[in-house]
Design a protein around this ligand. Structure first.
Ligand SMILES: [Zn+2]
Length: 131
């Protein structure tokens, strides 16, 4: 699985988004170290706090299937039918840090259809971890 294909899966996952409140359709494609892929989309709620981001949906699907080792995640967002650049929220960054090393790859599909590549340590330096 190359990064471009992973980004394409994230873009496709935006189609499943349930986002009647923000109108932002977000998709994620999470690649395990074993080569499996779990996708997710954002699922909003009228009382807002139960809303869950696409990234955390992908992690919940993977972890609930027994996965614990991850290599990369691609994230894509659409607003008004066009690609938009969204980096992961703080809660999702913390979830990533629970299961991933500092060098975990985070690919953010940008509004111009390419992607920007980060590692988790850049997005969440000095993350909270219990030893
Ligand atoms: Zn999030």
């Amino acid at each position: 699985m190359n990064v471009k294909d992973l980004c394409e899966l994230a873009i496709t996952a935006t189609d499943k988004s349930y986002s009647p409140y923000s109108g932002c359709k977000v998709g994620a494609a999470l690649l395990t170290k074993g080569g499996k892929i779990y996708t997710g989309c954002n699922i909003e709620n009228s009382s807002f706090s139960p809303t869950i981001c696409a990234e955390r949906v992908a992690f919940a699907k993977a972890v609930s299937e027994g996965e614990r080792e991850f290599k990369a995640i691609a994230i894509a967002a659409k607003k008004d039918g066009k690609l938009a650049t969204f980096t992961p929220c703080g809660v999702c960054r913390q979830v990533m840090s629970e299961f991933c090393d500092d060098d975990f790859t985070v690919l953010v599909v940008t509004s111009d259809g390419i992607y920007k590549e980060y590692v988790l340590a850049e997005l969440l330096p000095a993350s909270f971890k219990l030893d």
